[in-house]
Design a protein around this ligand. Structure first.
Ligand SMILES: CC(C)(COP(=O)(O)OP(=O)(O)OC[C@H]1O[C@@H](n2cnc3c(N)ncnc32)[C@H](O)[C@@H]1OP(=O)(O)O)[C@@H](O)C(=O)NCCC(=O)NCCS
Length: 286
């Protein structure tokens, strides 16, 4: 007799969240418990096999709100794909993936995920998409620094960020996302090299890396009105030589000098209209 029970009712119960947190920690050594304070994404639907009170295999979906070639597209993302070691090789992942995709297919035309193991997903109809990073040298300009580093340990900074998320506009019309802030915040608390900075004059929060170095990387912008790249660099008081932009830059009033194709780990299943264009979706997702 199969001792396992299939469930899909636990993504938002206390017991379910605690078992998902434990599974993700045991398999990936990533602690998602900060989301208990920062806020879980209410759109998550989890599909899992349980042995009594223990979650042994899981695949979750969450809603992705994408902007692709000027159109708002409702898609699903796949996350928390994990099977406990002693239960691997028995087809549990394949079974859960089929269930999740049948749920997604009934509701959307596009499913997107990020992975370091694409072979796992090609049998389900996913294909890799190449992205592009954009960069240019910076001419020295007078800076008007007006910024404050945020720390998500502070409730007021969490509130400030949530408020901006609720009002944010897409960073790009070509390819960008306006998802729930949960995965952005989780990335912020788990990646110490990345800084979240409030630019009060621009009513914006930017995620950047390498501010003390000769080249700085812009990872994301959360703002109701997307500022120009010049305005961001000036507000940060950044005096380095080069800027890298890891976002599609069509709304930044900026012309990159160099475009570099990269494999950022994204895979899609279904129509993904910007595929033939240079684009980059924010990597501010764990
Ligand atoms: C990857 C993982 C979810 C697979 O779970 P599983 O229940 O053992 O997988 P299944 O038994 O359903 O196998 C399904 C198929 O995937 C294949 N597969 C399993 N692990 C794989 C891997 N790392 N790379 C490529 N294919 C893999 C199996 O060979 C099988 O192929 P088949 O259909 O041709 O027989 C599990 O090994 C795991 O939790 N790994 C650690 C976490 C992880 O890597 N998650 C994915 C991150 S994006």
């Amino acid at each position: 007799m199969n001792p396992l029970v299939f469930r899909s009712d636990y993504a938002h119960s206390r017991e379910g969240l605690s078992e998902l947190t434990r599974l993700i920690y045991d398999v990936f050594e990533v602690d998602v418990s900060p989301l208990d304070r920062l806020g879980h994404d209410p759109s998550v639907v989890a599909f899992g096999w349980w042995l009594g009170g223990q979650l042994v295999a899981n695949v979750s979906l969450y809603e992705r709100r994408l902007w692709l070639l000027g159109e708002q597209v409702q898609a699903f993302g796949v996350q928390s794909v994990a099977v406990r070691p002693e239960w691997r090789g028995k087809g549990l992942f394949r079974d859960l993936m089929r269930r999740a995709l049948s749920y997604a297919d009934a509701r959307a035309d596009l499913v997107i995920l990020g992975t370091g193991t694409p072979d796992l997903y090609t049998p389900f109809g996913f294909r890799q998409i190449l992205e592009t990073t954009f960069s240019a040298s910076l001419a020295p300009k007078p800076a008007k620094p007006a910024y404050r580093l945020l720390t998500l340990a502070e409730d007021r900074d969490v509130a400030l960020l949530k408020d901006l998320f609720a009002r944010r506009s897409p960073t790009s019309q070509v390819a960008s996302a306006c998802d729930h802030p949960a995965l952005f915040m989780l990335m912020a608390v788990t990646a110490p090299e990345m800084e979240l900075i409030h630019l009060s004059d621009l009513d914006a929060v930017v995620a950047v890396e390498g501010r003390q170095e000769t080249s700085m990387t812009l990872l994301d912008i959360v703002a109701p009105s997307i500022p120009s790249l010049d305005a961001i660099v000036s507000a940060l008081g950044y005096a380095g030589e080069r800027i890298e932009v890891h976002l599609t830059p069509d709304r930044l009033s900026w012309t990159p000098e160099r475009e570099t194709r990269i494999d950022n780990g994204h895979m899609v299943r279904g129509v993904f209209s910007p595929e033939a264009h240079p684009f980059m979706l924010s990597g501010m997702q764990i």
